[in-house]
Design a protein around this ligand. Structure first.
Ligand SMILES: [Zn+2]
Length: 333
């Protein structure tokens, strides 16, 4: 078995019992090859100094407060941004709700990235100016404002790649659902429209998801409807299922979205033969503990702790270590 398939299988073990293995099979069949490697190839194709548009963040308790975000997604995006900055000197621009940007920004900083404006980021291309950076941008919560903001933002950024992790998208009825099939669109930036527009412009795109309700899952809509609870029929009465309609070029499924990001970074390190790009258990721990300081919640148990999706911190570190060793042993051969 090739390295990409080993990484895929490792991060698609259905530890949460949510049907991810069936979504993986559908995504793998669509891609015709290993998902982690297909996604890594998109990252590797970013030109030196290119802008990458990324999104993550889930407002999972908006009926309490729109400032409460979850800890699956930001750590994974941070690992991807770090690898893009090191490998391609890329300028990652991370888009989310204004309310979630402080938390996401704090995780990016903990991953080694300096938070700057886009104008400042472009100066890192000067000789001797090497600096791993990230840019934060907010995005409208309202449908019409989101539609209006999409074209100008894509014109301004001219991204070489669009990358989404654990970012909920609307279903065929235009409703955003959580994993219990409940409408939780309130307080949520309509970033799925931005990704639809990026796809329409031919901008390469990658999405990571673990449930079926995220951007990218439109690629495996039939499998989401068939195998995910509330996939065919939600609990909100909209008449649809929780499956997101937005598609991307590559969909990386994973039992936990952070794991999908880890596997993509590992595949990139293998592709470019650069172990310095690899995510590490030490950094994973630092990012998840930083998340507790920033108030990010473990959304399964509804508490601030480093146990993403209800799975203990030690397991997340172990998955990162296994991905890392798979690549290191491959590179040593
Ligand atoms: Zn519904």
């Amino acid at each position: 078995m090739a390295l990409g398939d080993r990484l895929d299988r490792l991060v698609n073990i259905d530890i949460g019992g949510r049907g991810i293995e069936r979504l993986y099979e559908a995504a793998r069949a669509h891609a015709g090859g290993a998902l982690a490697m297909a996604a890594a190839a998109k990252l590797a194709a970013v030109p030196e100094g290119g802008v990458v548009l990324l999104t993550t963040g889930s407002v999972s308790r908006a009926w309490v407060s729109a400032e409460i975000g979850e800890n699956d997604g930001p750590a994974g995006i941070a690992a991807v941004c770090r690898a893009l900055a090191l490998a391609r000197r890329a300028i990652p621009v991370v888009v989310a709700e204004a309310a979630l940007l402080p938390g996401i920004g704090g995780i990016l900083r903990a991953a080694g990235l300096s938070l700057v404006t886009l104008e400042q980021a472009r100066r890192t291309a000067m000789p001797g100016g090497r600096l791993a950076v990230a840019v934060l941008r907010d995005f409208p919560l309202e449908e019409a404002a989101a539609q209006a903001a999409t074209g100008p933002l894509l014109d301004e950024l001219a991204p070489a790649l669009a990358f989404s992790a654990e970012r909920v998208g609307r279903n065929a009825k235009g409703i955003y659902h959580n994993m219990r099939g409940v409408d939780f669109g309130m307080g949520r930036a309509r970033i799925d429209h931005l990704f639809d527009a990026a796809l329409a412009r031919g901008i390469p795109s990658v999405a990571v998801g673990d449930g079926g309700n995220e951007i990218g899952m439109g690629l495996v809509a039939e499998a989401v409807a068939a195998h995910v609870p509330f996939g065919a029929r939600c609990a909100c009465g909209c008449g649809g299922g929780l499956g997101a309609v937005s598609r991307t070029d590559v969909l990386m499924t994973a039992a936990v979205s952070n794991w999908g990001c880890t596997a993509i970074v590992a595949a990139l390190a293998a592709l470019l033969r650069d172990p310095a790009l690899l995510h590490t258990p030490e950094l994973e721990e630092r990012l998840l503990l930083r998340g507790t300081e920033l108030g990010l919640i473990n959304s399964v148990q509804g508490i601030v702790d480093p146990n993403v999706d209800g799975i203990p911190l030690s397991t997340h570190k172990a998955v990162v270590e296994l991905c890392r060793q798979l690549v290191l042993s491959e590179l040593a051969r």
